[in-house]
Write a protein that binds this ligand. Structure first.
Ligand code: C2O
Ligand code: CU
Ligand code: CU
Length: 499
């Protein structure tokens, strides 16, 4: 075999030569019977395609939804059910390094399996994308999405056990938007002035093909995290966007495997954050540096009227991600940025019937095998231990005994962050004692809304409060660093019927 071509260094690529693409909006293929009459029915083939990530880079092979990375955006209304048929039309052999030691990725299981999950959606368990319910090439699954939830920017992505990190890396992710008339009435920037920004870090070889690293230990390709040197924004490296001097709404998703972003404008001008994972905040929060962990979303308003005729850069720390070219001619801006958005009723701690203390820990006592991260010391196949009762409220307290921040995500529900507090890690690790080392600190204003993914910071207790409404049945909760999730940092949980 000829040696693989070297990696692309993005600093050597011409900057701002590609316009920022906007993913197309998916169109329904027809109607089918739903719970209340006929509902829109979508067909999503999942297959291999080639796409240009940059003017000067040869087309890249991706695996994804229809012909684009990210896939087409699904637009829905709160309360209106839709159905989607997800069809696996992938080639039989995977093009990224599968680690057959991982749970669910054993030899003999089809390489190119997939199952789709809509992240943040409140759906019955049979439509949630249980990681073991994957389908092989030629097979499909039809899921229904009731959309009985408040407007939010959700996203759909692969969830196949043991190769989730590879499938999403290959391109399997797209946006899913829920809207309602309350939000419409706020008159936020809309249409061409509402722009999604999907961030995915990657590495490419000079022939344009995706590179994903393999681990040091022979025979164990799994790596504990992935940090790419290029960031795709809506599928392009270093794109530009021409904007008018007026307000824009940006719907930002971190769809990266492991990377955390710290977003700012190069002039450090603050922008307004109006929403987080599960919808609008109660009021805009001024932010000049926005932290986004994998799977987190932010809804932003940037007013370019203050920057007429200038070029602005969107940065991740010192790295440039994209350019905004602000036109010089003033325009009328009929949109608004209301100072009151959507009421967020804070859940009272007293409404919780119990607190579950759940550790996040690292296990690497095996000399010849890579380490694993575990949730509460348990593996995926251990018996279900989190069994909330339908309609009840619980506090989940994550005790992070590791040196990494883990973005913890629960399927089915939305939650609120209560507080974070330093803990004595050795006391917990070696003596099973919980000793707080600081007073609880409240989340920042932009973390006070509804969430579905929370950053559990190192050496910290992070408490969330959750009402388990909706459906009974089996779901999962996990770390959204995909490399962790694929290697045991995922657990089932089950919502039980009231007895
Ligand atoms: Cu983004 Cu299990 O989800
Ligand atoms: Cu999810
Ligand atoms: Cu993790």
């Amino acid at each position: 075999m000829p040696p693989a071509p070297p990696l692309i260094e993005p600093d050597r690529l011409a900057a701002f030569v590609d316009a920022l693409p906007i993913p197309e909006v998916a169109r329904a293929a027809g109607k089918r019977p739903g719970v209340k009459g006929q509902i829109p029915f979508y067909k999503f083939p999942i297959y291999e395609f080639f796409a240009k990530v940059h003017r000067d880079v040869a087309p890249t092979r991706f695996w994804g939804y229809k012909n684009s990375i990210p896939g087409p955006t699904i637009e829905t209304r709160s309360g209106s059910e839709i159905a989607i048929q997800w069809t696996n039309l992938l080639p039989e052999k995977h093009f990224l390094p599968i680690d057959h030691h991982l749970m669910g990725a054993e030899i003999g299981v089809p390489d190119s399996r997939t199952v789709v999950h809509v992240h943040g959606a409140k759906v019955p368990p049979e439509s949630d994308g249980w990681p073991m319910d994957w389908y092989a090439p030629g097979k499909s699954a039809t899921y229904r999405y009731p959309n009985q939830q408040e407007p939010a920017l959700l996203w759909y992505h692969d969830h196949a056990m043991g190769i989730n990190r590879l499938n999403i890396y290959a391109g399997m992710a797209g946006l899913y938007v829920i809207r309602d008339s309350f939000e419409d009435a706020l008159n936020l920037p809309k249409g061409e002035f509402e722009i999604p920004l999907v961030l995915m870090d990657r590495m490419f070889r000079t022939d344009g093909q995706l590179y994903y690293p393999v681990g040091q230990l022979v025979g164990y390709p799994w790596v504990p995290e992935f940090q790419g040197n290029s960031t795709l924004i809506n599928g392009k490296i270093l794109p530009y966007l021409e904007v008018q001097p007026r307000k824009y709404r940006f719907r930002v998703l971190n769809a990266s495997n492991s990377r955390f972003y710290f977003l700012s404008l190069d002039n450090n001008a603050p922008f307004q954050q109006i929403g987080s994972d599960q919808g609008l905040l109660c009021a805009p929060a001024a932010v000049s540096r926005l932290e986004l962990a994998p799977a987190e979303r932010a809804d932003l308003v940037i007013d370019f009227s203050e920057h007429r005729g200038k070029n602005l850069l969107l940065k991740n720390l010192i790295t440039t991600l994209m350019q905004f070219r602000v036109a010089n001619t003033p325009v009328a801006d009929p949109s608004s940025l209301p100072q009151v958005l959507r009421p967020v009723q804070r859940l009272a701690e007293a409404s919780a019937i119990l607190t579950r203390r759940l550790t996040l820990e690292e296990l690497d006592n095996l000399v010849d095998e890579p380490m694993v991260h575990l949730l509460d010391g348990k593996h995926w196949h251990d018996p279900v231990s989190e069994k909330p009762v339908l309609g009840t409220t619980e506090i989940w307290e994550f005790l992070n005994l590791t040196d990494d921040t883990h973005p913890i995500h629960l399927h089915l529900v939305r939650f609120q962050i209560l507080d974070r507090r330093q803990i004595d890690v050795p006391a917990r690790m070696y003596h099973n004692k919980l000793i707080y080392m600081s007073d609880p600190s409240q989340p920042e204003q932009n973390e006070m809304g509804w969430k579905d993914t929370v950053r559990a910071t190192p050496g910290t207790s992070t408490r969330i409060i959750v009402n388990f409404g909706g459906y009974t049945g089996r779901y999962v909760w996990h770390c959204h660093i995909l490399e962790h999730e694929d290697n045991e940092m995922m657990r089932p949980y089950e919502v039980m019927a009231k007895s």
